[in-house]
Design a protein around this ligand. Sequence first.
Ligand code: ARG
Length: 418
Amino acid sequence: MTDGNGTVALAFSGGLDTTVCVSLLKEEYGYDEVIGVTVDVGQPDYEFEEAEETAEALGVEQYVVDAKEEFADLCLKAVKANADYQGYPLGTALARPVIAKAILSVAEEEGCDGIAHGCTGKGNDQLRFEAIWRDSDLEVIAPVRELGLTREWENEYAREQGLPVEGGDGGRYSIDTNLWSRSIEGSELEDPAEIPSDDIYKWTENPSGKDPELVEITFEDGEPVAVDGDELGSVELVEQLNEQAGAHGIGRTDMMEDRMLGLKVRENYEHPAATVLLTAHEALEGLVLTQEERQFKAQVDQQWSQKAYEGLVDAPLTGALEAFIDDTNERVTGTVTVKMEGGHCRPVSRESEYAVYSESAASFDEEAITGGITQQDATGVAKYHGFQSRLANDILEDVKAGKPAADGGSEADHDSEE
Ligand code: ARG
């Protein structure tokens, strides 16, 4: 199990799992040195402060890599794919490959022999990290999984070893926060029947008594670029909308999630900006894409979301799906106004120069359609519409009634026999 003396890079958050891992990587795996790598994908400041304090108390050298912009760009790319897995906009899933790559770079630069994470053997993150790390020559170590640890054991071990972990309620839930979403798992929430207390939410407020608000999102080639006419970089755009929409209580999800290993888990998420942006983007696609493009794209989007959930954003299939997504999204340029109200949002206005829309054709007030087509031309279509279904149902009735087959069948036309 041990590689002997050397250095191991650990994905470090300063939480219980990774704190315990620092000690175990030395005690159980025989590493001389552990370096902690914390990757900034938009966690709140106190998480970095805690990680720094814990690293110091443990005597671990800590590296902090800023990947906020890279991550925010990926989130906006996910908007083009209307990315959603069973109702979850994929915050944790999208962040993992970004984090894994950043840690691997540090590990390689620092000449490490091993690379480790504090994930359990039950979740998705172990798979997302290792999909990237196993492309390197480093020893991949997962102490929590390999040693079969539980949170209870970890707490006990931390106490015995005098490790700096927060006691009491601080570690009650397992929380993962980044720019795109905040996930809350564990404790009493593990019971799908348990109604969560409002205290679990930090980004979304109770919207009662708040006046509705309109927000205009501008898209270029499918990606949001401005809020209410103000052009913003990807990080600022997401941060601003998290605040604005969070104040209306938008973007809470309480769901059962099917993990990659087949386990069902109860998940709670907050994702205000994601909800507004995904709602607006889908509304603009509704204006500019053809019906068949929309139908086909829904399948492409679902596949893209699946690969993103798996953490396989570099898979050849993901790239091929993106070619379709990018191609169709060249026309997803324009603006959408979204109404934020009472914990929900919905599009109330959309505009684009690429709108596949003719007001005169659709209007109740105009006789002409377009290109010389008149209303009367629909008569032939109306005669044919449903023809096959009517025929199938008639035949079924006849067969049930024991009547001989109608014309086209091998037997004589029943009409002529009557
Ligand atoms: N279940 C989600 C996923 O696999 C999020 C997990 C977040 N982790 C946490 N400790 N809250 O993508």
